[in-house]
Design a protein around this ligand. Structure first.
Ligand SMILES: Cc1cc2nc3c(=O)[nH]c(=O)nc-3n(C[C@H](O)[C@H](O)[C@H](O)COP(=O)(O)O)c2cc1C
Length: 360
């Protein structure tokens, strides 16, 4: 039994823990004949890397990817693509105080109970360093989707704790706007408020949660496999596999329940050469199948668990203990999660596109 592989035809297996020699992925099922170089993958890894700003962990990793296999002369061979990123700034000693005390709301207790052992430092496989492999493979998916369909996937931070950005869905937010500030919220005034909140939390030794909104544009009609592999079900699985996620909604989501059907229904209308909808409460998916409108979803991330404030908790043996976590941790993960969300969405869409192609 292993659950480190994702995808039906565009299949990604990730490997690595937070403090081992390195992390990465094997991508099987990538079509042959596609121009591919490290430069196609690196930008999303660089956006994900730690040490970028005061609102992220200071762990300093360049996260430089090497394509180990599956290409020749910069073109894919159709064989498994090996992607490797070395871990460089490991400091396993940072985690000593947690050897006897499982971090509240982290994965230490559950990994220990499930496997009877666990990586002694930094969350091991539950660390967000695992996501490097997915981001690398997903960047390849993004490139192919863009070449084939002109697909554009853009995610941004829409909420930090109690601070909400205005609703920017449907206005064509671009990655350059998202990367215009360290919080990755395209509304710069709201971003400044968010940065102040995260900085204050970090200075207190605390952490904050938030929401990421993601839009996938120019997605062809027909992706998604009813009934168990409906597109929203695949996206939900992909998104909820990202560490620290607590909620997922598509289109109108939980707010949609406040509208009667007459308001909620997306009326069909001719758009150029195809049928589109006037509104997009469906979030681009109907019956588990993409309808050609933007695919829109939102994802809630909890406040990260490792904080340096003293917490009254218990040791693995059940004795009362006070934990003040040391080490370098993210006071809020949403801004670093942006490329992870985008590339996971790309993995789902690419996989579903290959599955749909088998019908043609
Ligand atoms: C980009 C990113 C960075 C993260 N950084 C941290 C961190 O510095 N400290 C921490 O406790 N959790 C961090 N997390 C979350 C943990 O990995 C996660 O909470 C933990 O594995 C437990 O899993 P769960 O929250 O999904 O239950 C991060 C998550 C993401 C997506």
């Amino acid at each position: 039994m292993s659950a480190s592989t994702f995808g039906t035809l565009f299949k990604v297996t990730t490997f690595g823990e937070s403090h081992c020699k390195g992390v990465g992925a094997i991508l099987d099922g990538c079509p042959p004949g596609i121009a591919l170089a490290e430069e196609d993958i690196q930008p999303q890894l660089t956006r994900r890397r730690p040490g970028q700003s005061d609102v992220s962990t200071p762990r300093d990793e360049s996260d430089s990817v090497t394509i180990m296999s599956g290409t020749e002369h910069g073109v894919t061979l159709g064989t498994p693509i090996g992607l490797f990123v070395p871990n460089k700034d490991q400091r396993p000693g940072d985690y000593k105080e947690m050897s006897q005390v499982p971090r509240p709301s982290h994965a230490d207790y559950t990994y220990q109970k499930k496997y009877g052992t666990r990586a002694s430092s930094g969350g091991g496989r539950s660390s967000a360093r695992e996501t490097i492999g997915r981001v690398a493979a997903g960047a390849i998916a993004e490139k192919i989707l863009k070449d084939w369909f002109g697909t554009e996937i853009v995610a941004w931070v829409s909420t930090v704790a109690t601070c909400d950005a205005p609703d920017l869905r449907g206005v064509g937010v671009q990655r350059e706007q998202v990367d215009g500030n360290i919080m990755r919220c395209p509304d710069t005034a709201v971003a400044d408020e968010m940065i102040a909140m995260v900085t204050a939390a970090r200075e207190k030794g605390d952490s904050l949660g938030g929401v990421v909104t993601c839009e996938c544009r120019n997605v062809p009609v027909g992706l998604g496999e009813p009934v168990f592999d409906k597109l929203e079900a695949k996206l939900a699985q992909a998104m909820m596999s990202i560490p620290a996620t607590k909620g997922f909604e598509v289109g109108s989501g939980f707010e949609g329940i406040r509208m009667p059907g007459s308001e909620h229904n997306d009326m069909f209308v001719q758009k150029g050469d195809h049928l589109g909808t006037e509104t997009n409460n469906s979030g681009g998916i109907q019956g588990g199948i993409s309808n050609g409108e933007d695919i829109v979803f939102r994802l809630a991330f909890k406040p990260p668990a490792t904080i340096s404030l003293a917490q009254n908790t218990a040791t693995f043996d059940g004795d009362p203990a006070v934990l003040e976590a040391k080490g370098r941790h993210d006071p809020c993960v949403v801004n670093r999660a942006i490329p992870i969300v985008e590339t996971m969405a790309a993995l789902v869409l690419m996989d579903m596109a290959l599955v749909q192609k088998t019908r043609a």
